[in-house]
Design a protein around this ligand. Structure first.
Ligand code: ZN
Length: 406
C-alpha cells in the first residue's frame, strides 16, 4: 500500500488523490498553495462578490449561510455578519443525529450573532428508513444528512429569492487536493451529487421495501435548472478567499461566541463533529472498514501540513485512534434494528482489497498499516518544523441548567 511521504494518507483515500514523483499526495500539494496566495487580494475579491449581492433596498436577506452549529458554520456566520457587515439568513437542515452540545452550540450561535434562522426537521420516520436503505446501498447511514445539507439551503435560496449561498470549506480540496485554490471552484449540483451524495440522487432512494416514494423525498430534491437560473443561485466556498485554519478559527469562536468543544473517541481533535453523534463515530468507523483509515488520519494529515505535528507523531495518532470501535455504534444499531454482524457485513463487498485481506480464520485484517511506513524512502519528516501549537482546547463551560432555545 502506498502512503504519502509527507502526511499519513493512504492511496485508498475515499476522495481520489494523486501522488507525484516525490511520493507527495495532491492534498499536501494543494495545501502548499496557501503559503503563496495573496490572501489580502482574495479577501478583497470576496468583498466585491458580497457587495454585488447585498440587498439594495434592504427588503431581502443579503445571502444564505447554511449552518449546523459546528465550528465552521459558526465562523462563517461571524465572518459574514461581523467582518463584512452582511445580513445573512441562517439555514439548518436537521439531520436528527444531534448531540445536546450541538443543539446548544446552534442555539447559542443564533443568539450570539443576532440573526434570523430557519431550521428544517424532516419526517423522523422517513429518516430512519433512509438511514437503513443507505446503509444497505452504500454502506453508510448518513446519505440523508449529506443530501439534506447540500439541498435544503438551495431550496430556500430559490423560495426566498436569495441568490448567494456562502458555503464554508471545500473539504475535498483541503483533504485530498481535488481542486486548486486557484480554480475558485463553486458549489454545483454535480459536485453535490458526485461527492456529497456518493452518486445517489433522491430518485435513487425510492424503495418499495422501505416504503419510500418520490413524494416523501421533497427535502432531498434539488431545484430544477430553470428555478436555479430564475434566481441566479450561486454558491461560493469561503475557503477560496480566506486562509482557512479551522483550529485558529475555532479558538476565536470559543473566545468570541462561547463555542463548545467535546472530547472525541476516534480522534485527538476535540472541535470537529461536536454536533453529531455518528459523524466522528460509526460513520467514520465505516470509512475505516472500507478504506482502512479514519478521522485521525484526516486530522493528522492536516496538522502535519500546517506544521503542527511531525509525520512520526501523526502515525502515533493514527495507531491510537483509527481502528477503535466507537460507543455510538450501539445507538445506531438500535436505531437501524440491526446487530453488529449485520452492520459490518453491509460493507463486506466494499472493502478496498489494497487495504484489507482475510487471514486463515476468515477474519479481516489490515494488510499494510501506516506504521509500516515510518521510514519509507523520501519521507520528509525531519524537514517539517513544528510551527504551531498542537494542543486542542477542550471546553466545558456549558451546564445542563443553562437555557437552550431550541
Ligand atoms: Zn500528503
Amino acid at each position: 500500500m502506498r502512503y504519502c511521504t509527507r502526511c499519513v494518507y493512504p492511496e485508498t483515500s475515499a476522495i481520489k488523490m494523486t501522488f507525484d514523483e516525490e511520493g507527495v499526495c495532491s492534498g499536501c500539494r494543494v495545501a502548499e498553495e496557501k503559503e503563496k496566495i495573496n490572501w489580502d487580494e482574495r479577501k478583497e475579491r470576496l468583498r466585491q462578490i458580497l457587495e454585488k449581492y447585498r440587498s439594495k433596498d434592504g427588503k431581502n436577506y443579503d445571502c444564505i449561510v447554511p449552518v449546523s452549529g459546528g465550528k465552521d458554520s459558526t465562523f462563517q456566520t461571524y465572518l459574514i455578519k461581523e467582518v463584512f457587515g452582511m445580513n445573512p439568513l441562517l439555514v439548518t437542515f436537521n439531520h436528527e443525529f444531534n448531540t445536546r452540545k450541538g443543539i446548544r452550540n446552534l442555539a447559542n450561535l443564533v443568539e450570539k450573532a443576532g440573526v434570523d434562522h430557519i431550521r428544517f426537521t424532516p419526517n423522523p420516520k422517513l429518516i430512519r428508513k433512509l438511514a437503513r436503505l443507505s446503509m444497505r446501498k452504500m454502506g453508510d447511514m448518513c446519505w440523508h444528512c449529506h443530501s439534506g445539507i447540500f439541498t435544503y439551503p438551495v431550496q430556500i435560496a430559490v423560495k426566498f429569492k436569495i441568490p448567494l449561498i456562502i458555503w464554508g470549506e471545500h473539504g475535498w480540496s483541503d483533504l485530498a487536493g481535488m481542486y486548486s485554490h486557484n480554480d475558485l471552484v463553486e458549489m454545483t449540483q454535480r459536485c453535490r451529487r458526485e461527492w456529497g451524495l456518493r452518486g445517489f440522487e433522491a430518485s435513487d432512494m425510492v424503495d418499495n421495501e422501505e416504503g419510500i416514494s418520490m413524494e416523501d423525498l421533497k427535502p432531498f430534491t434539488y431545484p430544477t435548472d430553470k428555478e436555479i437560473e430564475s434566481v441566479g443561485v450561486r454558491g461560493i466556498y469561503i475557503s477560496n478567499y480566506i486562509n482557512w485554519n479551522a483550529k485558529k478559527q475555532t479558538e476565536k469562536m470559543i473566545e468570541l461566541y462561547d463555542f463548545e468543544t467535546a472530547e472525541q473517541e476516534r480522534t485527538y481533535n476535540c472541535y470537529e463533529n461536536v454536533e453529531c453523534f455518528h459523524c466522528g463515530g460509526s460513520h467514520d468507523y465505516l470509512k475505516w472498514l472500507k478504506f482502512g483509515y479514519g478521522r485521525a488520519t484526516d486530522h493528522a494529515s492536516q496538522d502535519i501540513r500546517l506544521g503542527r505535528m511531525t509525520r512520526e507523531q501523526g502515525i502515533d495518532m493514527v495507531e491510537k485512534y483509527d481502528g477503535k470501535r466507537p460507543s455510538d455504534l450501539d445507538i445506531i444499531l438500535r436505531y437501524l434494528g440491526m446487530d453488529e454482524e449485520e452492520f459490518v457485513a453491509c460493507v463486506d463487498n466494499m472493502r478496498d482489497p489494497r487495504a484489507w485481506g482475510k487471514n486463515d480464520k476468515n477474519e479481516w485484517y489490515l494488510k499494510d498499516p501506516v506504521g509500516n511506513h515510518r521510514n519509507d524512502p523520501g519521507v520528509e519528516d525531519v524537514r517539517l518544523p513544528v510551527k504551531e501549537r498542537n494542543d486542542f482546547i477542550l471546553t466545558s463551560k456549558w451546564k445542563e441548567d443553562k437555557h437552550v432555545l431550541m
